[in-house]
Design a protein around this ligand. Structure first.
Ligand SMILES: C[S@@+](CC[C@H](N)C(=O)[O-])C[C@H]1O[C@@H](n2cnc3c(N)ncnc32)[C@H](O)[C@@H]1O
Length: 218
């Protein structure tokens, strides 16, 4: 991929460089899942769901890459406070530039997972690296154009997702919207003992903290 390639994500044109993952169509469903949670219609002609959480929530996009999720959410949920983090300084530069071009202002944080995050968001959305290099269906040559740090994780692809769930559980982050390959979903749900499964759509799992679920059901 050349510098300055354009990719459309959720209707917004993003500049993509060698420093970031090329946003995938399946990730757009993370935005759908969040709009659904706050009771905003995400499909023309489909009624919004009953809101589970207020529109002025604080959202943190962990592993923002090109900024695609944080930017789409900033556009669709102007009342929300959006933060976006990444371990890669170069990725954050790309995300910042995309946000500026599209006229939105998420707050960017350089951080290993939640290490430098000094607040508790209402919702974390994360498309972290989850590819297991041992999967025989992946085309490693095609993926070589993207940064390895954006793709691969140890522990059968689950290392970072598990770490994030543990960190978020300690802070009682109410909602986690996580992307993973569907073949990993069962393991993630089993690992996330402090969370109930709220919804699955495509590659996206929405988990709700048991404390939040109790409050919502009382
Ligand atoms: C799969 S890419 C997703 C990028 C973008 N959110 C998207 O959906 O296209 C994963 C991103 O997580 C970042 N990342 C990898 N390890 C991380 C860590 N330990 N903490 C924070 N971000 C990390 C990578 O730099 C990369 O930008």
């Amino acid at each position: 991929m050349n510098e300055n390639s354009k990719i459309n994500f959720y209707g917004y044109d993003l500049n993509i460089t060698k420093d970031v993952l090329i946003p995938r169509p399946e990730t757009e469903q993370a935005v759908d899942a969040i709009l659904n949670l706050v009771g905003v219609s995400y499909l023309p002609g489909v009624k919004p769901s009953k809101p589970q959480i207020a529109k002025n929530i604080t959202i943190l996009d962990v592993g923002t890459g090109s900024g695609c999720i944080a930017i789409a959410l900033s556009k669709k949920l102007p009342e929300a406070k959006i933060y976006a983090s990444d371990i890669s300084e170069n990725a954050l530069k790309v995300a910042q530039k995309n946000a500026k071009t599209l006229g939105v202002h998420p707050t960017f944080i350089i951080s290993y997972l939640l290490e430098n995050v000094n607040f508790t968001p209402d919702l974390i959305v994360a498309n972290l690296p989850y590819v297991d290099p041992e999967w025989d269906w992946i085309d490693k040559n095609a993926l070589a154009k993207e940064p390895a740090i954006a793709l691969y994780a140890d522990d059968h692809g689950l290392k970072l997702i598990k770490e994030l769930i543990s960190d978020a559980a300690k802070q009682i982050v109410p909602y986690l919207v996580l992307e993973a390959d569907p073949c990993q979903h069962k393991k993630i749900i089993a690992f996330a003992k402090d969370y109930d499964l709220y919804e699955t759509r495509g590659f996206i799992l929405t988990l709700r903290h048991k404390v939040t679920a109790k409050v919502a059901n009382d």
